[in-house]
Design a protein around this ligand. Structure first.
Ligand code: ACO
Length: 431
C-alpha cells in the first residue's frame, strides 16, 4: 500500500487557544486535515451529515477526481480497463493490488471455476422465497447464508483467499438460480468450460435440453459492465461494507450488508428507477419536456434519476462508455427501444438547462446501464443485482485493505445530542 505522507499542520483557534492538526497528503495530492485528536485536545467534535467532507480512511485502490471526470483502479484508467481487460483480471487487480501475471491469472481463474456450484442444500432456500421477492433481498440473504456453510469465514482473515474465491464464484450462481426460480424455471448448473461472464449468461438464459452458446458480443458487454461497476471508492455501499467489517464481522456478512445499502434508489437502485422514470414519461405520451419542468420544481419532489453524483461534478466517465455501448449494442441486438430516445432527449435538455448546469448535474453510471440491461433481456428488478455482481471485487478489496491495516479501528461516529436533558422518571399512573 502506498502510504499517505504528512505535510505541515493546520492551525485551529478554538476558545482562544490555538491547536495544530496534522495534514495528510495522498499520492494524487489530495489533502486532508487529520482531526482524530481534536476532541481529546479541545472537547469538540466535527459534524458533517452525509459525510460530504469527511474522509473515513486512506485507500490505495481507487482514485476518483469528480471535477475532471477521472476514475482509475490502482492507477489504471477505467476507459482502458473497460476496453482491454477481463473482469476477473480487474477483480484480481482491485483485490490484490497488481495485474496478475499469466501464471497467477490462470490459477485464479481455475480456482474460481472450481467453486462455481453452491451447496445443494442452499438450493432449497430459493423455494422459500416468494417468486415476486425482490432479487436484491434474496441476494443479500443468500450471501449472508454462505457463511453458515463456511464456518472458517468467522475468522474474518483477509489472507484467507479461499473465502474470496468462493464468494466471487458463487455469487454468479446465486444470482442466476434466483432469477430462474423467479420465472419458475429449473436452475441451470454452471458450465466450467466457459469464461466467468459466459458461464453467468449460460446459467441465466440456457434452458434444459436446448443448446445455448452465449453471444461473444453480449459476453463482452457483460464483461465491460461489470468492470465499470467494480469499485468506486467510499460510496454508500462500500462504506457500509467497511463499517460492518470494522466490527470484525466476516466477509459474507459485510458484503451482504453492502448489497442492501446498494439497493436504495439514490445509490445502485437508481438503474431500476431510471427505467421506471422513462416508462412513466413514455406512458404520459412521451412528454419529456413537461417531466423536466417537474424535476426543476422542487415542490414536486421529482428527481431526474440517473443524474447527479456526490463526487462527480462533470460527466461520469462510466456513463460515457455506457452511452457508446447502448448506441452500438441495441442495433446489433435489433432492439429498437423508445426509452433510449427519451433518455437521449432528457440528457440533451439537462446538459443545456441552467438548473442542471449550475448544479453540475450530469448523467451517472445508472443513466444508460438500465437501457443496456433491458436490451440484454434482463428484467428490471435484476438491474441492481447486476451492479452488485460488478461491485463485488470492490467490496472485497476494500474490506481486505481495511482488515490488513494494522491501525484499523471500529467505525463508530459520534453525534451532537439534541434531546431532553436529564429528567425524573414518572410512574405510569402519574403521567
Ligand atoms: N434531479 C434534480 N435535482 C437534483 C438531482 C437530480 N437527480 N440531483 C441533485 N439535484 C439537486 C438538488 O436538489 C440540490 O439542489 P439545491 O442545491 O438547489 O438544493 C443539488 O442538486 C445538490 O443535490 P444534493 O442532493 O445535495 O447532492 P448529493 O451529493 O447529496 O446527492 C445524489 C447525490 C444522491 C446522487 C443525487 O444527485 C440524486 O439523488 N441523484 C438521483 C439518483 C441517482 O441517480 N443516484 C445514483 C447515483 S450514482 C450511484 O450511486 C451508483
Amino acid at each position: 500500500m502506498v502510504a499517505a505522507t504528512m505535510a505541515d499542520t493546520a492551525k485551529l483557534t478554538l476558545d482562544g487557544k490555538e491547536i495544530e492538526l496534522p495534514i495528510i497528503v495522498g499520492t494524487e495530492n489530495e489533502k486532508a486535515i487529520d482531526i482524530s485528536s481534536l476532541r481529546a485536545k479541545t472537547g469538540y467534535i466535527t459534524i458533517d451529515e452525509g459525510f460530504k467532507n469527511t474522509g473515513s480512511c486512506t485507500s490505495s485502490i481507487t482514485f476518483l477526481n469528480g471535477e475532471e471526470g477521472v476514475l482509475r483502479y490502482r492507477g489504471y484508467a477505467i476507459e482502458d480497463l473497460a476496453e482491454k481487460a477481463e473482469f476477473l483480471e480487474v477483480a484480481y487487480l482491485i483485490i490484490y493490488g497488481t495485474l496478475p501475471t499469466e501464471e497467477v491469472y490462470t490459477k485464479f481463474k481455475t480456482d474460481i471455476r472450481r467453486h462455481s456450484i453452491i451447496h445443494e442444500d442452499m438450493k432449497h432456500f430459493f423455494n422459500g422465497f416468494p417468486s415476486s421477492g425482490h432479487p436484491m433481498s434474496i441476494l443479500s440473504s443468500m450471501v449472508c447464508a454462505l457463511s453458515t456453510y463456511y464456518p472458517d469465514s468467522m475468522d474474518a482473515d483477509p489472507d484467507d483467499e479461499m473465502q474470496i474465491t468462493r464468494l466471487l464464484s458463487k455469487i454468479r450462481t446465486i444470482v442466476a438460480f434466483g432469477y430462474k426460480k423467479s420465472i419458475g424455471h429449473p436452475v441451470i448448473y454452471p458450465r466450467n468450460d466457459l469464461s466467468y461472464c459466459a458461464n453467468f449468461l449460460h446459467m441465466m438464459f440456457a434452458v434444459p435440453a436446448e443448446p445455448y452458446e452465449p453471444d461473444p458480443k453480449v459476453v463482452k458487454a457483460i464483461n465491460t459492465l461489470l468492470i465499470l461497476h467494480a469499485d468506486h471508492e467510499q460510496n454508500c455501499s462500500t462504506a457500509t461494507v467497511r463499517l460492518v467489517g470494522s466490527s470484525g464481522a466476516n466477509l459474507y456478512a459485510a458484503v451482504s450488508a453492502g448489497i442492501l445499502a446498494l439497493w436504495g434508489p439514490l445509490h445502485g437502485g437508481a438503474n431500476q428507477a431510471v427505467i421506471e422514470m422513462l416508462e412513466e414519461i413514455q406512458a404520459s405520451g412521451g412528454d419529456y419536456k413537461g417531466f423536466m419542468e417537474k424535476v426543476k420544481d422542487k415542490s414536486s419532489g421529482v428527481r431526474l434519476m440517473g443524474f447527479g453524483h456526490r463526487v462527480y461534478k462533470s460527466y461520469d466517465p462510466r456513463a460515457k462508455v455506457l452511452k457508446d455501448m447502448a448506441d452500438d449494442l441495441l442495433p446489433y441486438l435489433k432492439v429498437n427501444d423508445p426509452l433510449l430516445d427519451i433518455a437521449t432527449q432528457l440528457e440533451k435538455i439537462a446538459l443545456e438547462d441552467p438548473y442542471f448546469v449550475e448544479r453540475n448535474l450530469y448523467p451517472n453510471v445508472d443513466f444508460y446501464s438500465g437501457i443496456v440491461y433491458r436490451a440484454l433481456g434482463l428484467p428490471i428488478d435484476m438491474f441492481t443485482v447486476m451492479f452488485a455482481l460488478g461491485r463485488l471485487p470492490g467490496w472485497i478489496g476494500q474490506w481486505r485493505e481495511m482488515m490488513k491495516d494494522p491501525g484499523k479501528k471500529i467505525g463508530r461516529p459520534r453525534q451532537v445530542y439534541t434531546g431532553e436533558n436529564a429528567r425524573e422518571f414518572v410512574p405510569l399512573n402519574k403521567r
